[in-house]
Design a protein around this ligand. Structure first.
Ligand SMILES: Cc1ncc(COP(=O)(O)O)c(C=O)c1O
Length: 392
């Protein structure tokens, strides 16, 4: 019998999840019912934030987060090159300009030291960013206190892209709880918990919450207290801005509420599997991911970095693992090297740490239902792949 494929990430769906979604499916509401606000309240509580706005993806949530902060033509938004394209595209949707800050080679997150240097120069050139979007890469929180201090000194907003990091903590506090204006989570199936597609923006600032809520609902409010004109009757709703249909459905929220009950267990299982990898991968010519002393990672990813000598063989190693039915992945192709961004003037060589990391990284499978036997299989296959690479 052929071996089952081991992906790099995978959702964990229980009988309770299935039951919750089926119950929502046969209820009176498939959208705009009671479950979306219930899910929002639970995520707000978990993040220690006053407000949460559900959306149909983190991409949508990032878009409305930028709009709520007033990002528009002529503004600059900075993020990290080591991320999924959505962290940068959200600024372009608002007709702003994007730039990047290179990464720290230990955490692979946006580097606060390089950010400070770039801010100094930007201040001198009168080109300071309106918003900086740090990404908690792989679930490992950025140094949020350092970023927050810089935001006060140079006057920019912070949107935390915590797409990988629900449940992660910075100095014991949930990500999103205190060092930013808005924080965004993704519930895509490979993430720490899922709603199939889905995202959420959390904030402690009421005007930002109101703006984002309006924007995910077509710019329309049904709340009488918010109407700008006198309501002629109960049918009335009012468009106050140009918004979008970025709403989350009741089915997604039902899954989210059910998954959230197991979030701690998911992270615990991820952490156990990380410890297993530390033992199983000992002695290999690779850099293993680690946790800074301020961080509690949600371990969305387990990115290894091959030693320099193996760099030319990364594709061979990737291919060999694929042939062994192991789905490693490369996180991330630096955003500025995408043809679309190169057309905007970026080039290879602009952000060397991100590029060097990209050339040698591989994310090994990591998810709650990954078995110990599968981890042993992955570790042995990686050892073989590396041995072959040395003789190739
Ligand atoms: C860092 C990061 N930001 C944003 C997104 C977008 O998330 P979604 O797929 O929910 O739109 C992703 C998804 O992969 C991501 O990894």
């Amino acid at each position: 019998m052929s071996k089952a494929f081991i992906p790099y990430g995978r959702q964990s769906i229980s009988a309770a999840d299935v039951e919750a979604v089926c119950e929502a499916l046969t209820s009176d509401y498939l959208t705009q019912g009671p479950l979306v606000p219930e899910f929002e309240n639970s995520v707000a509580e978990l993040s220690q934030c006053k407000y949460a706005i559900a959306a149909n993806s983190a991409t949508s949530a990032l878009h409305v987060a930028c709009l709520a902060l007033g990002v528009g033509p002529g503004d600059l938004v900075w993020t990290t090159p080591n991320t999924f394209i959505a962290s940068a595209n959200c600024a372009l949707y608002c007709d702003a300009q994007v730039d990047f800050v290179d990464i720290d080679p230990q955490t692979y997150n946006l580097c606060p030291i390089q950010l400070k240097e770039k801010l100094e120069l930007a201040k001198f050139q009168n080109r300071l960013p309106k918003v900086v979007i740090p990404v908690h890469f792989g679930g490992h929180p950025c140094d949020m206190r350092a970023l927050h201090e810089l935001s006060k000194e140079y006057g920019f907003y912070i949107i935390e892209d915590a797409s990988h990091a629900i449940g992660a903590k910075f100095k014991g506090q949930p990500v999103g709880s205190r060092y930013s204006d808005i924080c965004v989570f993704s519930f895509h199936p490979v993430k720490v918990m899922t709603t199939a597609e889905g995202g959420m923006a959390v904030t402690n600032k009421e005007p930002l919450a109101d703006a984002m809520r309006l924007l995910v609902h077509q710019g329309v409010t049904k709340n009488k207290r918010e109407f700008q004109t006198r309501s002629p009757g109960d049918w009335y709703y009012e468009q106050q801005d140009l918004g979008f249909n970025y709403r989350m459905t009741e089915l997604q929220a039902a899954l989210g509420i059910s998954q959230l009950k197991r979030l701690n267990q998911f992270i615990e299982k991820r952490r156990e599997r990380v410890q297993n990898y530390y033992k199983l991968l000992q002695g290999l010519p690779i850099q293993l991911p680690s946790e800074a002393d301020y961080a509690f990672s949600s371990w969305h990813l387990f990115p290894i970095v091959l030693f320099e000598a193996l760099e030319p063989q990364r594709a061979l190693i990737f291919q060999y693992l694929r042939e062994q039915q192991i789905g490693t992945q490369v996180h991330y192709i630096p955003v500025h090297t995408q043809p679309f961004y190169q057309e905007k003037g970026f080039a290879w060589g602009d952000f060397p740490q991100s590029e060097e990391y990209y050339q040698r990284c591989l994310s090994l499978p990591l998810y709650p239902d990954l078995t110990y036997e599968e981890q042993v299989y992955v570790a042995n296959a990686l050892r073989e792949a590396i041995d072959r690479a040395f003789v190739a």
